[in-house]
Design a protein around this ligand. Structure first.
Ligand SMILES: [Zn+2]
Length: 127
């Protein structure tokens, strides 16, 4: 199993879990037992169920550490122009807020008036 296959299978199990077809324990079991990836150097990798990032097995210290596999990095670069990655880059403009100094005051009643209004909204005086 390579990184891409493991990621794909993980997404399937995650959906089953979200649909209630798998319990969290079953999800963890499946990910731990089935989705282990061995790279070209003989190192083991697995996907962290909770954070969905890759963990690399550090044999010197006998522990899983967070690391990005070189192959998955490459995949990401290739697919950087897909619709989903494009959508996340779109910045939603915030509604324009007029600064206070662009407001005027009615000379008759002192009402605050938006700069583009021609008449006072309170007393109707022409600005
Ligand atoms: Zn007024």
């Amino acid at each position: 199993m390579d990184f891409k296959q493991a990621r794909k299978q993980f997404e399937i199990y995650k959906k089953l879990y979200l649909d209630g077809a798998l319990t969290l324990d079953e999800l963890i079991d499946k990910v731990d037992m089935e989705l282990e990836v061995e790279d070209k150097e003989g190192n083991f990798w697995k996907i962290d169920e909770e954070y969905e990032n890759w963990l690399f097995y550090d044999r010197k210290n006998n522990e899983w550490i967070e690391k990005t596999p070189p192959e998955e990095n490459h995949e990401n670069k290739k697919t950087s122009d897909t619709v989903s990655s494009y959508v996340t880059e779109i910045q939603i403009p915030s509604s324009p807020v007029l600064p206070e100094n662009l407001k005027k005051f009615c000379k008759e009643c002192g009402n605050k008036i938006e700069f583009d209004h021609k008449f006072c909204t309170k007393c109707g005086t022409k600005i």
